[in-house]
Design a protein around this ligand. Structure first.
Ligand code: NAD
Ligand code: AHE
Ligand code: ZN
Length: 375
């Protein structure tokens, strides 16, 4: 069949909107009509050429929602008509990683996913007879896409596609980093670096967890109002501080008899390795945990004095907020439908697929929180 898609023909260039060929689902796969997709900073990271796993030409996009149109042989967990959210972190429930109960990083199909192909080693997408790569196993910048059955979460049918698509990455990543990875306790002090589409969801996760002090750090002054809307209690703009950021954060997190200072939990939502160091060093001696969410370019490395870790600070990372997609995503959709979490205000822009490059421009200018393409 033909499907309309935004194709990344080469790195660093805008996407090209065109009709491409899509083969139907093979065994264990499903064909999904994508109804809406968010544009995440990670799509931009890969398109820019900074992603060591980036492949071109490819169909990017990993934050979608849609309807199952067809299923291949052997598919048992979903059927035609089901509403689903594609999962770039699948959940097979059988691999050693899934069975470990220690990680959400299912390894059943990670190798082929990174090679831009389906688990059988071939692509369903082509253009003029030449292969187009899948991306993150999802390729939601195509009106129709094929996914492995283990890479879709079935969700309730009354949930609006143009909002719950954001649960396919940003919402789950931010809230999950707080609840699943950090396991933040009520009364905690916290610092969130980078108040974009991920950081604001970390903030709403911290509010859900009952954190007392939620400090937001961003070099864009406009983010103060955004953070406050979701539960931020203090804002620091490093550009306006005029002093050492880490020392300032340690100072303002001193509480009562504990005059050592430093946050119980910090989160990097920038992808900048210098910020990651600040986030680690702004943690409390003895127990502070810093969670890396941001994705850094090929060749970038993190550094700190080992003394920071010797004295009890913990550096952790998280992908998809530690969420097990088929199990956790339907629950997060319920939280949204029940009014427990906000999504609507963060979707600042919507557009047709033909205008998807405008969504990337808004992100570059820092004018959007999330842009969503509606098919
Ligand atoms: P975004 O562009 O919407 O937000 C980034 C924010 O960081 C902006 O508000 C920007 O002003 C701020 N910022 C930039 N440099 C800063 C600095 N030096 N100090 C303080 N603030 C600074 O991006 P996003 O969609 O929120 O994504 C954030 C990061 O998370 C990206 O690296 C993205 O690739 C990554 N990400 C990771 C996962 C995961 O599973 N680990 C999932 C989604 C996104
Ligand atoms: N390919 C990159 C890494 C990109 C990355 O870390 N992706 C996150 C999701 S970001 C979503 O917006 C992820 O899921 N990581 C775990 C995994 O298995 O990829 C690189 O640096 O090579
Ligand atoms: Zn993402």
């Amino acid at each position: 069949m033909k499907t309309r898609a935004a194709v990344a023909l080469e790195k660093g260039k805008p996407l090209t909107i065109m009709d491409v060929e899509l083969d139907g689902p093979k065994a264990g796969e499903v064909l999904v009509e994508v109804k809406a997709t968010g544009i995440c900073h990670t799509d931009d990271f890969t398109l820019s050429g900074a992603d060591p796993e980036g492949l071109f030409p490819a169909i990017l996009g990993h934050e979608g929602a849609g309807i199952v149109i067809d299923v291949g042989p052997g598919v048992a967990s979903v059927r035609k008509g089901d509403h689903v959210i594609p999962l770039y972190t699948p959940e097979c429930r059988q691999c050693p990683s899934c069975l470990s109960r220690k990680t959400n990083l299912c390894t059943a199909i990670r190798a082929t996913q990174g090679q831009g192909v389906m688990p059988d080693g071939t692509s369903r997408f082509s253009l003029d007879g030449k292969k187009l790569h899948h991306y993150m196993g999802t390729s939601t910048f195509s009106n129709f896409t094929v996914l492995p059955e283990i890479a879709v979460a079935k969700v309730r049918e009354d949930a609006p596609f143009d909002k719950v698509c954001y649960i396919g990455c940003g919402v789950t990543t931010g809230i999950g980093a707080v609840l699943n990875t950090a396991k933040v306790e009520p009364g905690s002090t916290s610092v969130v670096f980078g108040l974009g589409g991920i950081g604001l969801n970390v903030i709403q996760g911290l509010r859900l967890a009952g954190a007392d002090m939620i400090i937001g750090v961003d070099i864009n002054a406009a983010k103060k109002q955004w953070g406050e809307r979701f539960g931020m209690t203090h804002f620091v703009n490093p550009k306006e501080l005029g002093g050492d950021l880490v020392a300032h954060l340690v100072n303002i997190t001193k509480r009562g008899a504990d005059q050592i200072g430093g946050a119980d939990y910090t989160f990097d939502c920038t992808g900048n390795v210098s910020v990651m160091r600040q986030a680690l060093e702004a943690c409390h001696r003895g127990w502070g945990q810093s969670i890396i969410i941001g994705v850094a370019p090929a060749g970038a490395e993190i550094a700190t004095r080992p003394f920071q870790l010797v004295t009890g600070r913990v550096w952790k990372g998280t992908a998809f907020g530690g969420a097990r997609g088929r199990t956790d995503v339907p629950k997060i959709v319920d939280w949204y439908m029940d009014g427990k979490i906000d999504i609507d205000p963060m979707i600042t822009h919507t557009m047709a697929l033909a205008d998807i490059n405008k969504g990337f421009e808004l992100m570059h200018k820092g004018e959007s929180i999330r842009s969503v393409v509606i098919y």
